[in-house]
Write a protein that binds this ligand. Structure first.
Ligand code: 5AD
Ligand code: SF4
Length: 437
């Protein structure tokens, strides 16, 4: 009789690339007889796929590990692994701090998980935070993709060479690398064959993708030719890699969704320079104009950091001004967090109370803009890809072209369908609508 499968519980922190990586790690361990579980108590292995971007995210991992002590005490055979960017940044320091951890694996080494798991099953402790010469995706190519929903992430680019003064990514994810176009297309076709209708191409600097002639715009055009694939998105972009071809794709490629996440971080040229962003506020606004000219209904989103070292009241006011000028449909703002090993960590940051106050003011302004943009959707028609049944009978939830959550009531089976919907109302952070036709 075959033995019962072992159970793997994965908790994912941080960005969408970590969500993708968690899926790939589960697939890699599938070959070792693991199936995933949503219940940590029944797991034979727990993997925490971690994020190092801000101190809070990194510390959360240690408090979660602390909470797992009773699990390990009740089940001594339970294996505990730390993966992702904290694993990369802290390596075997994690095991020193948390001796219950059996395995530490960085974001570039997880194709080695099967061998690591075998070693750990034999009682060893393993740390692998290499940046290996071999390509993890190539090695894992033979593992079947497991796809659960109609919308999927697909990593096309990883790492960063831009070295913003605040950011750990160049250290945790390594240098910028693009996956070759043919490999991306092969994976995309497999996902579409498994029922995927929407792909979000992922990269820390996704628009720096250079896996083939034509850059990201060329890759999007090639993906758009896949029958059955209805929507394409990409994230996260850097303003300096927003080339004319990609902007034109927003005008010419109907499958490319009208949404652009383009982090600017600050509205002050002085702070942008201190952040080593290598662009000015005027250049950012010029880009936004170009993108809007190409696709007038595009929704723009961004990231902001407040309380960066040297940020004055006037710098912060300039950030508010930029937000007022652009009118974002969504934006994420964070209080600056000094990260070990980054250039800005050596500099003195503003008083935390001042930063808290700025964060609140910025978030209030962004929230007001989001509400205005959502309210303007009422009465409009949009397409929605339905991904989930609601809690109530006949209720369905999906994402609009502009990435807003939309709820409808319909007696049919809408799962995985793209349907035209008229937006009829706004409910805090989502829209409600009616299926047309
Ligand atoms: N402190 C605060 N926010 C940060 N981000 C990146 N590094 C830091 C840091 N040290 C934010 C940036 C980035 C987003 C993913 O996280 O806004 O775009
Ligand atoms: Fe966090 Fe950045 Fe790593 Fe993503 S790449 S998990 S955001 S540190």
């Amino acid at each position: 009789m075959p033995s019962a499968p072992k159970k793997l519980f994965i908790k994912t922190y941080g960005c969408q690339m970590n969500v993708y990586d968690s899926e790939r790690m589960a697939e890699a361990l599938g070959g070792q007889g693991y199936v995933t579980t949503e219940v940590a108590e029944e797991a034979d292995m727990v993997l925490l796929n971690t994020c190092h971007i801000r101190e809070k995210a990194a510390e959360k991992v240690y408090s979660d590990l602390g909470r797992m002590k009773p699990l390990k005490a009740a089940k001594p055979d339970l294996k505990i692994g730390v993966a992702g960017c904290v694993a990369q940044a802290e390596g075997d320091e994690i095991m020193r701090r948390m001796p219950m951890v059996d395995l530490v694996v960085g974001p570039q080494s997880y194709h080695r998980l099967p061998a690591m798991e075998a070693a750990v099953a034999g009682g060893a402790k393993v740390v692998d935070t290499d940046f290996p010469a071999e390509d993890k995706f190539e090695i894992m190519a033979e593992r079947p993709r497991v796809q659960k929903g109609p919308a999927a992430f697909l990593t096309v680019q990883e790492g960063c060479d831009k070295f913003c003064a605040f950011c750990v990514v160049p250290y945790t994810r390594g240098a910028e690398v693009s996956r070759p176009a043919d490999r991306v297309l092969t994976e995309a076709r497999a996902l579409v064959a498994a029922g995927v209708r929407e792909l979000t191409l992922l990269g820390q600097n996704v628009n720096a993708w250079h896996g083939a002639e034509g850059g990201l715009a060329g890759l999007i055009a090639a993906l758009a030719r896949i029958q059955g694939l209805e929507r394409i998105r990409y994230t996260t972009s850097h303003p300096n890699d927003m080339d004319a071809a990609l902007i034109a794709a927003h005008r010419d490629e109907p499958k490319l969704m009208p949404y652009l996440h383009l982090p600017v971080q600050s509205g002050s040229d002085r702070i942008l320079r201190a952040m080593n962003r290598k662009h000015t506020v005027a250049e950012y606004l010029w880009l936004i104009d170009k993108v809007r000219a190409a696709r007038p209904d595009i929704i723009l989103s961004s990231d902001f950091i407040v309380g960066f070292p040297g940020e004055t009241d006037a710098d912060f006011e300039a950030t508010l001004d930029l937000v007022r000028k652009v009118r974002f449909g969504a934006a994420y703002s964070f209080k600056y967090s000094a990260r070990p090993g980054t250039p800005a960590a050596e500099r003195e940051a503003p008083d935390p109370a001042v930063a808290d106050d700025r964060l609140q003011r910025l978030q209030a302004l962004i929230e007001q803009q989001t509400q205005e943009v959502m309210a303007a959707m009422v009465g409009q028609e949009t397409s929605v890809l339905f991904e989930r049944r609601g809690r109530m009978d006949g209720q369905w939830t999906g994402k609009s072209d502009h990435l807003f959550a939309v709820h409808v009531r319909d007696s049919g089976d809408l799962w995985g369908e793209v349907r035209r919907v008229r937006i009829t109302g706004v409910t805090s952070h989502s829209l409600s609508g009616q299926i047309l036709g």
